[in-house]
Design a protein around this ligand. Structure first.
Ligand code: URA
Length: 208
């Protein structure tokens, strides 16, 4: 697996601090998720191929650029839903698929409850959006589904990752890149990232 790409920037640190702070209210938390998502997606698209386009400015003709291949964005429900709009704003021409993964809190194993994906993902860059790469189970399970749909160019886009999740993903899907705003210390005995930010789904949408 390529080395995880960690986005290092003071504005990333400030948004992460907002997310980590347990006193941050839900609206501010969602806003920080959106802002941080724009930054990590920007980094995830760094090497996206472009092709030249000819255009006229008000002054002359010139050559611009457009993305060569339509990107596919796949938020992993529930927590990844909060990243979807900001990611789409960065890549307005992207197609959006959806995967629903629930984690069994006893076994920590993921189960799929929704898969709404384009028929073929072959040859398309796919960005999987999930704020927390914890055990890596949901991400690996989602990428299994994407590979079944032909995906061959997948990047996991996260806000906070745990070393355990990165290692599991590297083992399950060695060709998949990871872009994150932070790699934290470890998982605790409940599968939460430490220091982390708690349950990203609950903090955005409320505890179920
Ligand atoms: N999912 C979360 O929302 N938070 C964690 O710390 C781990 C998994």
């Amino acid at each position: 697996m390529p080395e995880p790409r960690i986005v290092r920037h003071p504005l990333v640190d400030v948004r992460l601090t907002t997310l980590r702070d347990e006193t941050t209210d839900r609206a501010s938390f969602r806003a920080a998720v959106r802002e941080l998502t724009a930054m990590v997606v920007y980094e995830a698209m760094r090497h996206a191929p472009t092709r030249p386009v000819e255009l006229r400015t008000p002054v002359t003709t010139t050559t611009g650029a457009e993305l060569a291949t339509p990107t596919v964005l796949v938020p992993v429900l529930r927590a990844g839903l909060g990243m979807a709009e900001a990611a789409h704003a960065q890549v307005p021409g992207a197609i959006m698929g959806f995967v629903g993964m629930a984690r069994d809190e006893e076994t920590l194993q993921p189960t799929t409850y929704l898969a709404s994906l384009p028929a073929s993902l072959a040859g398309r860059p796919v960005l999987v959006l999930d704020p927390m790469l914890a055990t890596g189970g949901s991400m690996a399970g989602t990428i299994d589904l994407l590979v079944e749909h032909g995906a061959d160019d997948v990047t996991a886009v996260c806000l906070v990752a745990a070393p355990e999740g990165i290692a599991r993903l590297a083992q399950a899907h060695p060709g998949v890149g990871v872009v994150a705003a932070a790699v934290d210390e470890r998982l605790n005995e409940h599968g939460y990232i430490v220091p982390g930010l708690g349950d990203a789904g609950d903090r955005q949408f409320g505890a179920m």
